[in-house]
Design a protein around this ligand. Structure first.
Ligand code: G3H
Ligand code: 13P
Ligand code: NA
Ligand code: ZN
Length: 328
C-alpha cells in the first residue's frame, strides 16, 4: 500500500531503524528494490529525481511505482520526489500521486546556485502548506552537500552546488536547524555532514574530519523529534569498482560512506538514507561482466537479469544493516 513518508518515519523512529531511499529510473531497479524488500520484509521508499522523470517520462515512472504497489500489496511503499527545485515542481508531483516530496531550497531552481536561509524557509514553508493539505509529507534540506576537503559538490550534472562552498554551508548548524524546522513544519530534514552525490565522495576512506557523524549527534541532541535524512549515502563498494575495472571500465580510486557510519547515524536520529550510486555501480559491473563472459548473448533480458540480481543484493544488504528488515 502507498503510505506517506511521515507515517513510515514515525514508525522508524519509534522502533529505532532507518530506511534506505533508493532512486528509481527503470523496471530493473524497481524489481530489485521490491524483491529485496519482499524477501527481507522491509518497508520501501522509492524516489524519483527530475533526471528520472526526463529519462522514463512521468507517466511511466508513476505507473512503475503503482505496479510495485499492486504486485507487492503487503509492502508499505512511499513514493517520494527527490530534490524538487521549486514549490511548482513539488505541486506537479503531488498531482501525479506522489505521497512525499522533497523541497530542496538549499539550492535555486537551477539545482546549482546556493540560496540564503530566508529563501529556503519561504519556499519550504509554502510547499509544506500545500502538501499537508493533500496528506503529502515534505522533506527539506538545510546546508549544502559537498566535500569538507575541497568545498566542491562533486557532481557534474544533476543536483549539486556550483563553485566552492564554505564550512558553514557544508555542515548544517544545529541551532539554525531547530529554527528551520519550527519555521517550515517539515516532516524530515536533510542535513549536510560532508557527503556529496555520485561516486567521488572521498579520495581516501573518510575520517571524522571529512565525514561528520559528530554533527548528526549535535543536531539530533538539539531537535530529537525531527527525522534526519542523509543524502549522498552510497558506500561505493570496492568490490564493484574492481569488477567494473576488470571488465573494461575505468573508474579511478574513490571511497563512499561506510555502512557502519550510516548505522551510527541511525542511532542518532537518521531515518532516511538516500542511495542511488551504489545501484548504478552494481548494475554496470554486472552488465560488463555478463557481456564479457557471454560474448555471444544478445538478448537484453539476460544481462538485465544480471543487473537486477546485483542491485537486489545491495538493497537486501542495506535493509538488513539499517534495521529496516522485519518492519514491513
Ligand atoms: O540527486 C541525486 C540522485 O542521485 C539523482 O540523480 O539526477 O542523475 O537522477 P539524477
Ligand atoms: P548517492 O549518489 O550517494 O547514491 O546519493 C543519492 C542521493 O542523495 C539522492 O538524493
Ligand atoms: Na529526497
Ligand atoms: Zn540527494
Amino acid at each position: 500500500a502507498l503510505i506517506s513518508m511521515r507515517q513510515l518515519l514515525d514508525h522508524a523512529a519509534e522502533h529505532g531503524y532507518g530506511v534506505p531511499a533508493f532512486n528509481v529510473n527503470n523496471l530493473e531497479q524497481m524489481r530489485a528494490i521490491m524483491e529485496a524488500a519482499d524477501e527481507t520484509d522491509s518497508p520501501v521508499i522509492v524516489q524519483a529525481s527530475a533526471g528520472a522523470r526526463k529519462y522514463a517520462g512521468a507517466p511511466f515512472l508513476r505507473h512503475l511505482i503503482l505496479a510495485a504497489v499492486e504486485e507487492f500489496p503487503h509492502i508499505p511503499v512511499v513514493m517520494h520526489q527527490d530534490h524538487g527545485t521549486s514549490p511548482a515542481v513539488c505541486q506537479r508531483s503531488i498531482q501525479l500521486g506522489f505521497s512525499s516530496v522533497m523541497m530542496d531550497g538549499s539550492l535555486g531552481e537551477d539545482g546549482k546556485t546556493p540560496m540564503d536561509y530566508d529563501y529556503n524557509v519561504d519556499v519550504t514553508r509554502r510547499t509544506v502548506e500545500m502538501a499537508h493539505a493533500c496528506g503529502v509529507s515534505v522533506e527539506g534540506e538545510l546546508g549544502c552537500l559537498g566535500s569538507l576537503e575541497t568545498g566542491m559538490a562533486g557532481e557534474e550534472d544533476g543536483i549539486g552546488a556550483e563553485g566552492k562552498l564554505g564550512h558553514d554551508q557544508l555542515l548544517t548548524d544545529p541551532e539554525e536547524a531547530a529554527d528551520f524546522v519550527k519555521a517550515t513544519g517539515v516532516d524530515a530534514l536533510a542535513i549536510a555532514i560532508g557527503t556529496s552525490h555520485g561516486a567521488y565522495k572521498f579520495t581516501k576512506p573518510p575520517t571524522g574530519d571529512t565525514l561528520s557523524i559528530q554533527r548528526i549527534k549535535e543536531i539530533h541532541a538539539r531537535i530529537p523529534e525531527t527525522h534526519l535524512v542523509m543524502h549522498g549515502s552510497s558506500s561505493v563498494p570496492q568490490e564493484w569498482l574492481a569488477v567494473i575495472n576488470e571488465f573494461g571500465g575505468a573508474i579511478p580510486e574513490t571511497y563512499g560512506v561506510p555502512v557502519e557510519e550510516i548505522v551510527e547515524g541511525i542511532r542518532h536520529g537518521v531515518r532516511k538514507v538516500n542511495v542511488d550510486t551504489d545501484l548504478r555501480l552494481a548494475s554496470t559491473g554486472a552488465v560488463r561482466r555478463f557481456l564479457a563472459e557471454n560474448p555471444a548473448e544478445f538478448d537484453p533480458r539476460k544481462f538485465l537479469k544480471a543487473s537486477t540480481a546485483a542491485m537486489k543484493e545491495i538493497c537486501k544488504a542495506r535493509y538488513e544493516a539499517f534495521g529496516t528488515a522485519g518492519n514491513a
